[in-house]
Design a protein around this ligand. Structure first.
Ligand SMILES: [Zn+2]
Length: 214
């Protein structure tokens, strides 16, 4: 299968997540429409072992950067290639069963499913998938990888806007407080992730998410 064949399914908007569609009686954020490309959309390999379902809601969100190049290609093709590259590294170099993170956010602001079944879990809003993105947090925190290196650069606007929308949706679905949005380094001492510049923007991220959630 060549790359073009592999990517033939990657058209349109993917799965559309919309806030306000959940159980009645909950205070839902309005107006967020968030397209997500599933593992099938971006041509993920199958997981090498069974995925572990954690039968409870995550309690926080951890923000990561991929520490890869700050590419200028903001296309969907580039986003899908990035997701495949991460999966290869995590499976072939780290020896993990699948991508470690639950979701991936490209420089162009395309949101993609990371580990298989993470998208269904998020849409259900009552359980999570065991990740491999931060020791001690893999059954408690949703991990989102943001493409790029943000030690001394800030994420591009489309990527930032998708991150805000994703956090709004995830907080809404799982009942997570915006105060529970953290950087990887907050829970793991041996990393600079998500980079100093991005880390310094996390208070703003919490504020923007809280403003939408109301
Ligand atoms: Zn990280």
């Amino acid at each position: 299968m060549n790359r073009r064949t592999l990517l033939r399914g990657v058209v349109g908007t993917g799965v559309l997540l919309t806030t306000g569609a959940g159980s009645p009686g909950r205070a839902h954020a309005r107006g967020i429409v968030l397209p997500v490309r599933s593992c099938a959309d971006w041509g993920a390999r199958p997981a090498s072992q069974a995925i572990t379902v954690v039968p409870r809601r995550p309690v926080r969100i951890l923000v990561h950067h991929t520490a890869s190049d700050n590419v200028e290609d903001y296309s969907l093709d580039a986003a899908c290639a990035q997701a495949r590259w991460i999966q290869h590294v995590h499976m072939d170099q780290n020896g993990w069963l699948d991508s470690g993170q639950h979701f991936t956010n490209s420089r162009g602001g395309y949101l993609l499913e990371g580990r298989h079944q993470s998208l269904d879990a998020l849409r259900a809003g009552d359980h999570m998938i065991q990740g491999a993105h931060c020791p001690g947090q893999n059954e408690a925190a949703i991990g989102i990888e943001n493409e790029g290196t943000y030690v001394d650069a800030e994420p591009p606007t489309p990527q930032w806007e998708t991150l805000v929308s994703f956090c709004v949706y995830a907080c809404d679905q799982y009942g997570i407080s915006p105060r529970e949005i953290f950087g990887h380094r907050d829970f793991y001492a041996d990393t600079v992730c998500p980079g100093d510049r991005f880390y310094a923007m996390l208070p703003r991220l919490r504020r923007e998410v809280a403003a939408v959630l109301g």
